[in-house]
Design a protein around this ligand. Structure first.
Ligand code: ZN
Length: 232
């Protein structure tokens, strides 16, 4: 149960070797444990400091257990550091009976945190690939989204990492990832613009090069967005 509390300045990516001619984004392995990872007590003390910084008294009754709760929440928010995204896709099925059409998992809800403000990012991912020999259990695609989301992120990187990992591990004919998300660093602070949804996409292989495959995917996702469930 060695969960990794993020400490960005000393993070190091394990593995994530680059493959010539294919995706080259890093981050598809587990993040190495930081050498100077603070103890739980130190992490709780840091929360006490932030409570004082906000102007309140961490010793008062209502706040006394808050540091412990916050640290436990952080274990959940950031459990993606301890997982290996590549391993999730490792178990594949080769018996596809010749199925070679788009596999699309839509509306994968996720919760992440922006790496600039550590504020929540709430969104949906649509993940598609065009199989080439191997397919993967669809729940694995959702799990992949979750592992990358449970790290400090920016949406662009999250989108690229999901697509690149599928590309690298499954070696499909193509991958497409579209993410729609609301960033609470924009809605609850800063410019205060609720209702703004950021959309990012990454297309690889046939989704990038073959206009009809791309059109087919965008038509499905386009329909989704118009009648999809609203982001909270
Ligand atoms: Zn932010």
């Amino acid at each position: 149960m060695d969960k990794i509390v993020p400490a960005p300045k000393s993070l190091k990516v394990v593995g994530g070797e680059k493959t010539a001619g294919r995706a080259t984004d890093d981050g598809d392995g587990p993040i190495a444990p930081v050498a100077d990872r603070p103890s739980r007590a130190e992490a709780e003390e840091a929360v006490r400091t932030l409570i004082k910084w906000a102007g309140d008294d961490p010793a008062r009754e209502g706040l006394i257990d808050t540091p412990a709760r916050v640290v436990r929440s952080y274990e959940e928010f950031f459990e993606g550091y301890a997982a290996c995204p590549r391993d999730i896709l490792e178990r594949t099925f080769e018996e596809t009976d010749g199925y070679d059409e788009i596999v699309l998992l839509r509306d994968i809800r996720f919760e992440s945190h922006c790496e600039h403000h550590m504020a929540p990012i709430i969104g949906k991912a649509h993940v598609a690939y065009l199989p080439h020999r191997r397919i993967v259990g669809i729940s694995k695609l959702a799990r992949l989204v979750e592992v990358f989301a449970r790290r400090l992120q920016i949406q662009e990187k999250l989108t690229a990492q999901i697509a690149n990992t599928i590309d690298r591990v499954l070696e499909p004919k193509g991958v497409a990832v579209v993410i729609e998300a609301a960033h609470q660093c924009m809605t609850t602070r800063g410019v205060h613009k609720p209702g703004v949804v950021m959309v990012t996409s990454r297309m690889l292989g046939a989704f990038r090069d073959d206009p009809s495959t791309r059109r087919e995917f965008l038509a499905i996702v386009g329909n989704l967005s118009s009648n999809g469930t609203p982001l909270s």
